[in-house]
Design a protein around this ligand. Sequence first.
Ligand SMILES: [Ca+2]
Length: 164
Amino acid sequence: MPRFKQKSYYIGNVFTGNFFKSELFCRKNGMNLVTINSKEESDFLQKILTEKGDDIENFWISATRFLDVNITNECTKLPIPSTNDWIWFTTGERITYFNWHIGEPNNIYHHGELCVDLKKDNKIWKWVDKTCWDKINFICEYTWTKEDIQGNSKESSQYLTDIY
Ligand SMILES: [Ca+2]
């Protein structure tokens, strides 16, 4: 699987599924739907999808729109994010890097486009909000642990220096 820093990526091109089925497939295989945290990572994915060169144009990533509520978390006393906030479904972290297509997110079904599709348009892959129930392909990520890397002695020393 192609690797960038501490992650490897699995291009889910063997079946199409809704957002949740895609995440379940990733989890069953020790991974999660991909999170894209920087322009560098986004560019790397763009490169591997372009090199793969197949006809698939839509992939689920882990980004989701938070619910349209304006309340305080009873436990933490922190405000629960509003509808304009996007989180990574797999970590619960607020998203800080975005790569939307022009005109997106447009929530075209009004509170219905809660998930994010990495969509190809004119040879460029960018994000569009999409109904979670649509069936498309998906990308999983595997995050390498320190133990994984130590067990892989051939590449490990340089790799450990890079990450930790
Ligand atoms: Ca949309």
